[in-house]
Ligand binder design. Structure first.
Ligand code: 5RP
Length: 222
């Protein structure tokens, strides 16, 4: 199977998982990226069976609207029943690296508001230890060099993601050469650097369920 076929299979598994439990007034949190795009296109098939969505990026909001799926501002809803999103890496504790699509801050906010976080990913994202994928860090532009120097002190090699501005008007540093054996501690340490908006480690709020697309079928991890 191709990687896209695996992504499509995990998106379908997420639809099958959430559809029976969606409430008529329920809000679905929707992530960002190619796997999330497959999910959005399939979510259109069951629109009308829930109230609407909150999107983790402008791109996902536009895609949802193109299907006629309502998109709400997060401040206009009381909570999110379930959040479905992809990941760049996932480990056995369902801790994640996210932000390859530069949407990490809004993704983390949506995850924090959600009763349940369902991660959808193909098997290439499954790792024993996080950190092979460079860890994205969203930074206030004027603090870019300051934050980079502080990250070097933590043992990482930050690379400025040229030409990318986040939906929040900030920049991204991708931190290479990390071997993240203590994800929660590193998430805290990076967030404590002045000028950091957030980082792409989802350890304090990991996924609740991982649907992993493999050649042998979609595997479920909790
Ligand atoms: C965007 C993300 C994505 O979930 C992550 O990059 C995975 O993307 P894809 O589904 O295209 O592999 O965190 O910020």
């Amino acid at each position: 199977m191709t990687q896209d076929e695996l992504k499509r299979a995990t998106a379908r598994a997420a639809i099958d998982y959430i559809a029976p439990k969606l409430e008529a007034d329920g809000i679905v949190g929707v992530g960002t990226g190619s796997t999330a795009n497959f999910f959005i296109d399939m979510l259109a098939e069951i629109k009308g069976r829930f109230d609407g969505t909150v999107a983790s990026s402008e791109a996902s909001a536009e895609r949802l609207k193109s299907h006629g799926i309502p998109v709400y501002d997060l401040n206009a809803v009381d909570g999110i029943q379930v959040y479905v999103d992809g990941a760049d890496e996932a480990n056995a504790a369902l801790e994640l690296i996210k932000g390859g699509g530069a949407a990490l801050t809004r993704e983390k906010i949506v995850a924090a508001c959600s009763d349940e976080f369902v991660c959808i990913a193909d098997e290439s994202k499954w790792v024993p230890v996080l950190g092979t994928f460079p860890l994205p860090v969203e930074v206030i532009p004027m603090a870019r060099s300051l934050v980079a120097r502080e990250i070097v002190k933590l043992g990482g090699d930050p690379i400025y993601r040229q030409g990318v501005t986040t939906d929040n008007g900030n920049v991204i540093l991708d931190v290479h050469n990390l071997h993240i054996t203590q994800p929660r501690a590193l998430e805290e340490a990076i967030n404590n650097i002045t000028g950091v908006v957030t980082n792409g480690l989802f350890a304090h709020r990991p996924a609740d369920l991982l649907l992993l697309g493999t050649a042998a079928g979609v595997k479920t991890f909790t």
